[in-house]
Design a protein around this ligand. Structure first.
Ligand SMILES: [Zn+2]
Length: 474
């Protein structure tokens, strides 16, 4: 991709306006004005295939001085011109299920670095977030950010702090009043009575936000009960409910049934969505309950199937107990453990399933985090091409569908149309690919050529250039 060097010189801009004006009627005031008009262009993206409102078509795109988009069928001129021939120009990707909750003050720059390099312009932590949204924003809104960011109210943390559910309800409501984007709970990790979940659902409905749920069950026998529970919450309260990573919790073994249940509920007027990440293996902490006695039979795996993420070390019968005694060691199971054709690919066929990474890279040089934290979105675009799914369908799941779920907080974003906020990702459909691996998750995705955040070129040619992210609040 060729880019002309940026010039900030107003004189150059005026000269170009003057040149462009030869033969055109330009009002003299435009030429003598000391300040460029807010609707004059600072960046032009020409010759790209633009994903705009559901379809990909040839268009030229301008970014105005006030960081808004302008679409054109004519070639555009601006101080900075990007030639996007052969590339796809998309709204910046929105990750609704990013995860950087464990130690964000120390890790958020690394976390955001691997998100922008994967094409994300907006990164929302809706699996958890923070228990005190106002305090979160008070701190983070003063820091530089590569990407736009936002959080939900983290119910699990509130429940650790407050034993009386009434206190939890009070803080959940306070969080919503403070601009949190939704309410997040993980029922499998912290079993919670249905009556209590109903209160959270009523609150999100009252405040017009989504309820994000990691469902109650992940076993073959019981996983669909978790799906039923999510549907019951939507039915009884009118809340919109998002089911986190359905292929890993709720539809691992019974995906067709899980999808049918959600589809039926939506046809009855409920609003239930879900997401997947395009990886055929899971990774979790070796110290977790998942690896309690009998795990080999439960998952059909052996010691040698487990790999320590970030080092590539293999688990054996001899070292299993040693690793299991250490907190925070993430191990991955082999590719294909979660067969694509029975899980992820089925979910992707529906119009209520979007992409969510359920991850984030939190350390360097080699993080002990699932590679999806760095490569989810590029991998999804490669995966779409591998399974013959159109790129416009996949891009919908990475832009407009998440924006609709998070409405109205992303109303001006995640879309390419006149006057929308200029969050843009330009990628090469031929080379796009996640590069992060279990052995080395800290790798930038291939094919993400340029990421524009709030009208500024923030990432280009695998280099981070600027911190232009802003907080996203309700
Ligand atoms: Zn989860």
């Amino acid at each position: 991709m060729k880019t002309q060097p940026s010039t900030s010189s107003r004189r150059r801009v005026l000269k170009q306006l003057a040149l462009a004006g030869t033969g055109l009627a330009i009002a003299p005031t435009a030429l003598v004005s000391l300040r460029p008009r807010t609707d004059s262009l600072k960046i032009a993206i020409n010759n790209g295939k633009v994903f705009s409102q559901g379809s990909i078509r040839p268009l030229h795109l301008g970014i105005t001085q006030d960081n808004r988009l302008r679409l054109s069928t004519e070639l555009l001129n601006a101080p900075t011109v990007i030639d996007a021939s052969g590339k796809i120009v998309s709204p910046g990707f929105v990750d609704i299920l990013a995860d950087n909750a464990s130690n964000p003050k120390n890790t958020y720059r690394i976390f955001e670095k691997y998100k922008i390099s994967d094409g994300c312009t907006t990164v929302l932590q809706m699996h958890g977030g923070d228990e005190y949204p106002a305090a979160f924003h008070q701190y983070f809104d003063r820091q530089p950010h590569y990407v736009n960011y936002g959080i939900g109210v983290f119910v699990m943390r509130l429940k650790y702090i407050y034993s009386n559910p009434k206190d939890v309800y009070r803080y959940v409501e306070k969080g919503l009043e403070e601009g949190a984007l939704g309410v997040c709970h993980s029922i499998e990790y912290q079993p919670t009575p249905f009556e209590e979940l109903l209160e959270y659902a009523k609150l999100v409905q009252k405040y017009d936000r989504p309820l994000f749920l990691h469902l109650r069950h992940s076993s073959k026998e019981k996983e669909l009960e978790g799906v039923s529970e999510a549907i019951a919450l939507a039915q009884q309260t009118g809340a919109r409910v998002h089911i986190d990573h359905l292929h890993s919790t709720g539809g691992t073994y019974n995906m067709p049934a899980a999808l049918e249940m959600i589809d039926n509920a939506n046809n009855m007027g409920m609003e239930i969505t879900t997401c997947v990440y395009p990886y055929s293996y899971w990774a979790t902490y070796i110290a977790s309950k998942r690896f309690d006695a009998g795990w080999q039979q439960r998952f059909g795996l052996t010691y040698e199937d487990l790999t320590v993420v970030g080092t590539g070390a293999k688990i054996t019968a001899q070292n299993f107990d040693f690793y299991r005694k250490q907190m925070g060691v993430l191990v991955a199971v082999p590719e294909g453990t979660v067969p694509f054709d029975k899980t992820v690919n089925l979910a992707l066929q529906t119009d209520f399933c979007m992409i969510g990474s359920d991850g984030g890279i939190e350390s360097e040089p080699r993080a002990n985090n699932h590679p999806r934290g760095a490569g989810c979105f590029a991998t999804a675009l490669r995966h779409a091409q591998n399974i013959g799914m159109s790129l416009d369908k996949m891009l919908t799941k990475m832009t407009s569908l998440p924006a609709k779920l998070m409405r109205p907080s992303l109303n001006e974003r995640a879309v390419i149309k006149d006057k929308a906020i200029a969050d843009i990702t330009i990628f090469d459909p031929k080379t796009i690919q996640g590069k992060a691996t279990v052995t080395n998750p800290n790798q930038f995705s291939e094919g993400i050529e340029c990421v524009i955040v709030n009208g500024h070129i923030a990432y280009r040619d695998k280099k981070i250039l600027l911190s232009k992210g802003v907080p996203i609040r309700y």
